[in-house]
Each structure stands twice: as C-alpha cells, then as structure tokens.
Design a protein around this ligand. Sequence first.
Ligand SMILES: N[C@@H](CCC(=O)N[C@@H](CS)C(=O)NCC(=O)O)C(=O)O
Length: 222
Amino acid sequence: MPMDPNAIIEVTAFKWVPPFARGFVRDLRVRWALEEIDLPYRVRLIGGEGDRPTDYSLDQPFNQVPVLKEGDLTLFESGAILIHIGEKDERLLPRDPASRARAIMWLIAALNSIEPLTGQLTAIDVFDPNAEWGKLRRADVADSVGRRLALLSDWLGDKPWLEGRFTIGDMMMVDALRGISDHALVARHANLSAYVQRGTTRPAFQRAMTAQLADFTELQAA
Ligand SMILES: N[C@@H](CCC(=O)N[C@@H](CS)C(=O)NCC(=O)O)C(=O)O
C-alpha cells in the first residue's frame, strides 16, 4: 500500500532516563535523520523502565525506544528506521544501487561489528563498574574494541565519511563511536576523533540532541 505523503511522522522517546543516558537514547538517531532532511515529526513520550503504556509491546516487542509511526506503518529498530528515512532522500541514502548497498552495509557494520564489542565495555564501565567479573574482563574487552577501532581508522584514512560522502551508514557509525564509554580508545585515532566531531557538529545532529534533552520532562529520579 503506498504511504500517505502527508502523514506526520511520530517518534517514541522516553520522558525520563538516568543522567548518564541523556543524549544517548536511540531515538536521537531517528531525530537526526529527520532533521537532516527537514522532515517534521512529533514525539510520543513514554515512561521509563516498568512504566510503559500497557499496549506498547504491540509496537515494539522488546518494549524499547525508538518506534517510528508514519500513517499505517509502525517500525522499530533504529537501523531499520534509518533505512526507511534514507529511502526518502538521496542526501541520506544514495540512489545508485551499489552506493546504496554500501551505505546500508556500513549502517549494519556499526550495529553488528562495532556496537556488540563496545556494548561489552559499556556493560562493565557504566552498568556494573564495581563488579569483580568486570575487573577481570575489562582489559581484554578494551583490547578487542581497540583492535576493531584501529581497523576502522585504517579504512577511513583521510576520507571525510566512510564512503567518501555522508550517508545513514555514517550516522550510525558516528553514533556508535560517540557512545563508547572509554573515549581514549577513539581519541587514539585522530581521524576517528575528527570523524565523530564532523558528525556531531552537523546542525541536524545538534538540533536532534537539543530536542531529545528538552523532552526529558520528567526530571525526578524513577
Ligand atoms: N536495537 C534497538 C535497541 C533499542 C534500545 O536499546 N533502546 C533503549 C534505549 S537506547 C531502551 O529502550 N532501553 C530500555 C529497555 O531496554 O527496556 C534499536 O536500535 O532500536
């Protein structure tokens, strides 16, 4: 069924998260993509852990954010949502089939080859910093992340973006890199630091960040 071109897009976000997570909730990726192509959207704010609307799992089986709704379409998974938004505008996803495929490849690389490793570091540094198991595992995990980033840095070289031009693959990669709990691992590579900086100083990213932070309307601790 063709999509209604006038349907206003809705993005789900949390009205409260702990301070460390503010600015890093994954609806930011969706807001960023929409801001890049000047597509207006409205936000549906929902409660945090233990406080989801009762029927929310019909939209997002894992009870997470973001969800995008557009007319009859409901989508979850930030990667799928970015591809969907990218399809709307060549500035985010090239029309040439090979370039399009490679942009999607990088988006998946960020989700599948970077975030699973960096997520292990987050689990230690952010979620369980005093745990004995974390102290035993951390050096090995940091080494694995470091090796992966060195290879990414080699690939990027002196290019501004992973495929030479900005795509949804860069959006996902920049967001994955800026979320690494040990910033020194990125800072080791001047080109990766500059890449993250290039992404996060884009006006659209800044607008998305400001909007997410402004939407944490429930400021008391849960
Ligand atoms: N793979 C999902 C992950 C979504 C996700 O991890 N969302 C977090 C916020 S960044 C969340 O809703 N956490 C609350 C929970 O898992 O209950 C995506 O990329 O959309």
